[in-house]
Design a protein around this ligand. Structure first.
Ligand SMILES: [Zn+2]
Length: 149
């Protein structure tokens, strides 16, 4: 059995090695799995306990990464579905809809403001749109439109 349950969320960064208070977890395994574990531990020159700990830590990190990637994928699919639905309804495309953040920049090339259409010249301050979609056209904003964000 285990010690009192931890109330930690999976995916949280583990404590530094020196601050960890190890807890004992026991599990019954059949003879064949016991042999596999002992052989694998011997091959990796670690104890069976360390091998099991490594496998458990790696597994939960992997699961957390899969869950995070799935959530990101789901958000991307939902965003794309909204774009397709809006296009199907004939709605005009919002050039700023996919912007996740704005970065203040000095223009290296002439650009047009995505909001008001004003021409911005090289060397002028502007805002660069950062989107989650690498294939999307990068939106630029003039400082006047950026002030109204
Ligand atoms: Zn503008």
């Amino acid at each position: 059995m285990t010690s009192p349950p931890r109330r930690r969320k999976r995916g949280r960064a583990p404590l530094p090695e020196g601050e960890r208070k190890d807890r004992l977890v026991q599990a019954r395994v059949d003879e064949e799995l016991d042999e596999v574990l002992r052989d694998a531990a011997k091959q990796q020159r670690v104890s069976v306990s360390q091998l099991v700990r490594n496998v458990l830590e790696d597994t939960f990190k992997l699961v957390d990464n899969v869950v995070a990637d799935a959530a990101k994928l789901g958000a991307g699919v939902a965003r794309d579905a909204r774009k397709v639905a809006a296009a199907a309804r004939g709605e005009p495309r919002d050039p700023l809809a996919g912007v996740a953040a704005w970065q203040e920049v000095v223009l290296a090339r002439d650009q047009g403001c995505a909001q008001c259409g004003v021409a911005m010249k090289r060397g002028q301050p502007a805002m660069m749109g950062i989107t989650d979609d690498p294939a999307a056209t990068r939106p630029w904003l003039c400082t006047a439109c950026a002030a109204r964000l």
